[in-house]
Design a protein around this ligand. Structure first.
Ligand code: HEM
Length: 463
């Protein structure tokens, strides 16, 4: 790690809090949103933070400057290197951790699985899983939705990735993944993460044991699938990846496959579950919006549910920043930045700009009915050639699941105060896990009960 406190270098960096790294880390960990907002007020749209074992972050919250990063040369702006914190979990070959040619090649192989017609075929599956899950929710009591949403989105991504839902190997893998994620996302894990750094985290014996078990389960699944006939006819992601070929005719090794599967399973479910939980947390505190959503879905439209998903991801982005590491010096936003520094387009701050989003703290899905999101002003999925590979899949899943929830359950806020943002490792989640009061089924008006039994318009929902 370079000495970011060297006086000649700090002079060339944008201003930032003058207090010690430990205090900045505390602000970032405890109340990240207000901390970032205070920094912007004090130091402007571009400022420097010093967080834990990370080198300096140059936080960016001007869309024009963010555009410079997202459209900049990927050979200079390395995302893989900047995502090193995820290496122990995802593995060296993960598309999230690679840069340059290796990244592009893997991304190209994976992209088709999550786009267009192929992705829309998951709609029926998503709705089925959502309806089954909703039917199991206990009525007339308070329920934290986040764990329910995690179970639901894990099921969706596992079915999309492996193509089947039954079998002892997958049941075991499902249970192991939950254990692994509960452990790695636990805010208490942040303490060793901050103290040890990501590379050494994997050597904690308790964590190592779960990692090893998950690895074994994934390798067993890959080996089994390799031997199965008719791979070309299957359309699950694992089969597609097994069939995919690089330009030289070779396929992915088992280790590469393991890392991509792990990446999709982790990136694909915790994030979407959190976004869904926030959507409900906001909706139950805005009964007029909830009612409008219910009416719109019952009328077979997907317009409002799309706006709700987008507004939720604006106001409560699951991931607050994305990071790129400069491989060589680069001028960004008028600052001549040295190699080695990390630039961080700040999703949270961009989404809170009053010049782009009037009354930015207000939950108002209508704003996305009035004008579509901008490429550099609505960035919950990051941007450029690193933009989230599952963005369409996630938006589609949010639409289908929210549609199913408002059709099949009556929810209320148990208390009027909204939930605060709580950090679960790298995601920002509702502090009480999105608690809702699930009313008895007969709390619905008779005409709504009839509507709920009608086939929904999810086929028409497009991402
Ligand atoms: C609401 C849900 C989701 C959110 C908020 C989200 C957010 C993000 C963000 C912020 C990035 C980094 C982008 C950047 O560095 O510019 C990312 C990358 C990625 N996401 Fe998502 N994601 C979500 C769902 C998913 C799903 C469902 C999948 C898989 C099915 C997925 C797979 C990935 C992958 C593979 C990458 C790495 C892309 C690359 O480096 O080329 N994500 N996501």
């Amino acid at each position: 790690m370079t000495d970011s406190t060297a006086p000649e270098r700090s002079r060339s960096l944008p201003p930032g809090p003058p207090y010690p790294r430990a205090l900045q880390t505390l602000g970032w960990m405890r109340r990240p949103g207000p901390f970032l907002e205070r920094c912007r007020e004090r130091y402007g749209d571009t400022f420097t933070l010093r967080i834990a074992h990370e080198d300096c972050w140059i936080v960016l919250s001007d869309p024009d400057v963010v555009k410079e990063v997202f459209t900049g040369n990927p050979a200079t702006l390395h995302a893989g290197e900047a995502n090193a914190i995820l290496r122990p979990l995802l593995g060296d070959q993960s598309v999230l951790l690679l840069d340059d040619e290796a990244h592009l090649v893997k991304r190209k192989l994976m992209l088709p699985s999550f786009h267009g017609e192929r992705m829309e075929r998951y709609g029926e599956l998503m709705r089925e899983i959502a309806e089954r899950e909703i039917a199991s929710w206990p009525r007339q009591q308070t329920l934290a939705l986040l764990p329910q949403m995690q179970a639901l989105t894990l099921e969706v991504i596992m079915r999309a990735v492996f193509g089947v839902d039954r079998g002892p190997r997958l049941d075991r893998l499902r249970a192991l993944l939950r254990r692994l994620l509960d452990y790695t996302m636990d805010p208490r894990t942040l303490v060793p993460l901050v103290l040890l750094g990501p590379e050494r985290l994997a050597f904690i014996p308790q964590l190592r044991r779960v990692f090893d078990q998950v690895d074994l389960a994934l390798h067993e699944e890959i080996a089994q699938r390799r031997q199965e006939p008719g791979l070309a006819e299957r359309d699950d992601v694992l089969s597609l990846l097994l069939e995919a070929r690089y330009d030289d005719g070779t396929g992915m090794s088992d280790q590469e496959l393991r890392d991509q599967l792990m990446t999709l399973l982790v990136a694909g479910h915790e994030t979407t579950a959190t976004a869904l939980s926030w959507a409900i947390e906001r909706l139950v505190r805005h009964p007029d919006k909830l009612q409008r959503l219910r009416d719109d879905v019952a009328a077979g439209s997907n317009e409002y549910v799309d706006a709700v998903a987008k507004e939720t991801l604006r106001l409560r982005p699951v991931i607050p920043i994305v990071v790129r590491q400069l491989v060589e010096p680069m001028e960004i936003g008028g600052w001549a930045l040295p190699a080695g520094i990390r630039v961080a387009p700040c999703i949270h701050l961009i989404h809170r700009r009053p010049d782009i989003y009037p009354e930015p703290a207000r939950f108002r899905p209508e704003r996305f009915l009035e004008s579509p999101p901008g490429t550099y002003t609505w960035i919950p999925f990051g941007g450029g050639i690193r933009r989230c590979l599952g963005a369409s899949f996630a938006l589609f899943e949010m639409q289908v699941v929210l549609g199913a929830i408002v059709t099949h359950a009556r929810l209320r806020a148990p208390v009027s105060a909204g939930e605060r943002v709580r950090r679960r490792a790298i995601t920002w989640t509702p502090s009480r896990g999105a608690e809702v009061l699930v009313e008895a089924d007969d709390a619905r008006a008779p005409n709504e009960r009839t509507a709920a039994t009608q086939p929904q318009a999810a086929e028409a929902v497009s991402a």
